[in-house]
Design a protein around this ligand. Structure first.
Ligand SMILES: [Zn+2]
Ligand SMILES: [Zn+2]
Length: 125
């Protein structure tokens, strides 16, 4: 049985999540403990248990499950402790770097729809 840092609702032990990139230095925190605005994030669908990673997770914006079209806030977000410079709102990873999470699903990204997600096809920045 797992105890520490279990996120009750999602049933995920964030210490056991893989880093978003192999070379990433940092750690996962629960969404409520994340002090930035955007980073890598982990989402999980309560309906079908599908879990996905996004390099474009925003603390205040939801992403949708590709199967169920239900929308969720990230359950965990990545705090980068590597020595890369990070720009204002970013996690220190370039937006166009290798993305193990697969292509960004702008269709199901509320931040894209709000125009704040740089990955989005119709982001204005
Ligand atoms: Zn789902
Ligand atoms: Zn987006």
């Amino acid at each position: 049985m797992r105890h520490n840092k279990l996120i009750p609702k999602a049933g995920i032990d964030i210490d056991k999540l893989d880093p978003p990139l192999e070379s990433a230095e940092g750690y996962w925190v629960q969404r409520k403990d994340f002090e930035g605005r955007k980073s890598f994030g982990v989402f999980q669908c309560a309906q079908c248990s599908r879990r996905w990673y996004s390099a474009h997770a925003f603390k205040e914006y939801k992403q949708g499950c590709q199967r169920c079209d239900r929308y969720y806030l990230p359950i965990a977000m990545w705090v980068n402790t590597g020595d890369r410079d990070s720009d204002d709102d970013d996690n220190g990873f370039g937006d166009d770097e290798k993305d193990d999470a697969g292509p960004h699903d702008s269709e199901r990204c509320e931040a894209c729809k709000a125009g704040v997600c740089k990955a989005g096809g119709f982001a204005i920045y």
